[in-house]
Design a protein around this ligand. Structure first.
Ligand code: ADP
Ligand code: MG
Length: 261
């Protein structure tokens, strides 16, 4: 059975895309068939996967959304690029912003991505959706078609208020659109355990949410090597296989595998 995980936090720069790339690669290395969907017009995931000129790609999530809105039939595998064994990408491009605006008047606008996901999910063990930093209609679409939401939280600023908003959205979507939705877990990213601040934030989030929401035991450490992977378009396992970020992402992969399916 396939599992669809939305990676979401309306704050930018918290490690959503980095986590999508490395969790996807980790799952693919464990012989799972994985699709990653770039649902951000800033195209970071598409770039990180090595596609330097997203506007030159023939198709993207933008055309997929338009096709569903227009009730057009999509050819099999439309827009999907094979990145390597077990790992496919549905890229994004800048026009996704316009597609988001066009959704406003679409019928069942919150369920457009779900209609698509129902067509393709059986081909994969995992589909990871890298959301944009907002709680707009595309992020709601991701929630409406996902089995769970993975929430990266950067342990470097006070995240509690933002988290409340995100969790409220998740539960609203669950109640109104997608009964199956759960929270996969809060994932602390860019954790620098040498700072008092990071420790305080981790313990505050644990205190406020620990009883009601799963929190991944593994934390992703702050790592210069990890920050370099985005520019190098490499996974952390290829770029710094023996580093602490690579072993943290391997552990995250194990934890996600244990949760699911
Ligand atoms: P988001 O998708 O939430 O906007 P990104 O994954 O793009 O966040 O990460 C934001 C920035 O932080 C990027 O420049 C990325 O390279 C960097 N980064 C991600 N993870 C780490 C980490 N563990 N340590 C240090 N820098 C990181
Ligand atoms: Mg991103």
């Amino acid at each position: 059975m396939s599992r669809v995980i939305a990676i979401a936090n309306q704050k930018g720069g918290v490690g959503k895309t980095t986590s999508a790339v490395n969790l996807a690669a980790g799952l693919a290395d464990q012989d799972k068939k994985v699709l990653v969907v770039d649902l951000d017009p800033q195209v970071s995931l598409t770039l990180c996967m090595g596609f330097r000129e997203p506007d030159k790609l023939d198709h993207s999530i933008t055309e997929v959304i338009s096709a569903v809105v227009n009730d057009d039939e999509l050819p099999e595998g439309f827009g999907i690029i094979r990145v390597r064994d077990n790992l496919d990408l549905l890229p994004s491009n800048i026009n996704l912003s316009a597609a988001e605006v066009s959704l406003v008047n679409a019928m069942s606008r919150e369920l457009v991505l779900r209609t698509y996901m129902e067509q393709i999910r059986s081909q994969y063990d995992y589909v990871l959706i890298d959301c944009m930093p907002s709680l707009g209609i595309l992020t709601v679409n991701a929630h409406a078609c996902a089995d769970s939401v993975l929430v990266p939280v950067q342990a470097a600023y006070l995240p509690v208020k933002g988290l409340q908003q995100l969790i409220k959205t998740t539960y609203t979507v669950k109640r109104r659109l997608n009964n199956n939705l759960s929270i996969e877990g809060i994932l602390f990213t860019m954790v620098d355990r040498r700072t008092v601040y990071a420790k305080e934030i981790v313990s505050e989030v644990n205190e406020v949410y620990g009883k009601s929401i799963p929190i991944f035991p593994i934390e992703i450490p702050m790592s210069v090597r990890a920050s370099e992977t985005s520019q190098m378009a490499k996974t952390i396992y290829d770029y710094d296989p023996k580093g602490k970020a690579a072993s943290a992402y391997s552990e995250l992969t194990r934890e996600v595998l244990e949760h699911g399916c």
